[in-house]
Design a protein around this ligand. Structure first.
Ligand code: ZN
Ligand code: ZN
Ligand code: ZN
Length: 361
């Protein structure tokens, strides 16, 4: 953690930022290991670009901060004190630019703006992105564990996905299995059967699973180490597959595989997106691929880099992201194939290993 703090300070200095103010969320967790509750009482890491960090916490959260092993000095405020006085007193005297974490509550941002009218406020995300976007060997191990954990859930789908059951029932079983297999939280469960599969971010409904109707299952959780999984596979009950679906699935699988082969260091994020889109285009499905190819993943399910047209960022070793092209036939069905991959020295390593073929149950 301390090396992350030091790097954040270095990047802050390079960006002309005098201090970072980080409230509970993924950035705080990344920098300090502290999984602070997002309470109305202010918890805030005050990280000057030079010097020592101080964790400001409500008095009643001090024990929790210590429990998480916060190594910086902890300064607590009591119920009748003003935490913003404490925070501003800890800033470098001549601070001109402060960077706030991207998800800081508006009420806090506005309070800080009022208290510090002459200080320029910037986003800490611009500084921390560079740090978080490259995963260390240890983080990649955590992501491997997350991937293997969600794979085990997909491998058990036959236990729950049966005709006559509702998406809700299946989803509840999946959620339990996500925990049973080793995640500590269930982040999302999408069971999109038939026409519901055509909505990429459908969750679950009371629709009943039917034979011959494809089902998109996109699931993810967080592991004990704080890293996320996210994998989509496609299932169908019985041997009857709608012909239009079968054809589209073949093209989709070819696109996803081509993207996995193409992605690697030195390739831009948008180029990976294009490779998949081009294959789907050749088969007449370009209009049905209505979202970007993927998103970075780590302590958050969606983070940088985003694999999308317009993102010219060049992929580098250590970046972890999803490759998840999809095709959506409104009113009928959908399909999406999603693997988490990590950029290696000479290509990518897939962190999901269940079969990408349409799975017959
Ligand atoms: Zn998504
Ligand atoms: Zn997903
Ligand atoms: Zn995803």
């Amino acid at each position: 953690m301390d090396s992350r703090i030091a790097k954040a300070q270095q990047y802050a200095r390079e960006a002309g930022i005098d201090a970072l103010l980080i409230t509970p969320g993924a950035d705080l967790r990344y920098l300090t290991g502290y999984e602070a509750k997002p309470l109305e009482r202010l918890t805030c890491l005050v990280l000057p670009s030079e010097g020592e960090a101080v964790m400001v916490v409500p008095e009643l959260e001090r024990a929790s901060a210590l429990h998480y092993g916060v190594s910086s000095e902890i300064r607590s405020w009591t119920e009748t004190e003003d935490p913003f006085d404490l925070v501003t007193s800890l800033l470098p005297a001549d601070a001109q630019t402060l960077a706030l974490d991207d998800q800081m509550w508006a009420s806090r941002v506005l309070t800080l703006r009022d208290r510090l009218p002459d200080v320029r406020l910037a986003l800490a995300g611009d500084v921390l992105r560079e740090l978080r976007i490259i995963k260390s060997a240890e983080e990649i191990d955590f992501l491997r564990v997350a991937g293997a954990t969600i794979d085990r859930v997909h491998d058990r789908m036959h236990e729950w996905l049966k005709p006559g059951r509702s998406e809700l029932d299946v989803g509840a079983d999946i959620a339990r299995a996500i925990l049973d297999e080793g995640h500590t939280s269930v982040d999302f469960v999408i069971v999109g059967s038939g026409p519901n599969g055509a909505s990429p971010h459908h969750d679950v409904s009371d629709r009943i699973i039917e034979a011959g109707k494809p089902v998109v299952i996109d699931i993810g959780g967080t592991t004990r180490d704080g890293y996320c999984s996210d994998s989509t596979r496609n299932y169908i009950v019985g041997d009857q597959v709608p012909e239009a679906y079968e054809r589209a699935y073949e093209a989709l699988l070819a696109a996803q595989k081509a993207q996995c082969v193409f992605a690697g260091p030195g390739v831009s994020a948008e180029a990976v997106d294009r490779v998949g889109r081009q294959i789907l285009d050749e088969h007449g499905y370009a209009d049905l691929f209505i979202h970007r190819t993927g998103h970075g993943i780590g302590q958050e399910t969606h983070e940088h880099p985003y694999i999308v047209e317009g993102n010219t960022q060049v992929l580098r070793e250590g970046m972890a992201f999803s490759i998840e092209p999809g095709v959506y036939f409104e009113g009928q069905f959908g399909a999406r194939i999603e693997d988490i991959v990590v950029c290696t020295e000479d290509g990518i390593e897939r962190l999901n290993h269940t079969s990408r073929a349409l799975r017959h149950l």
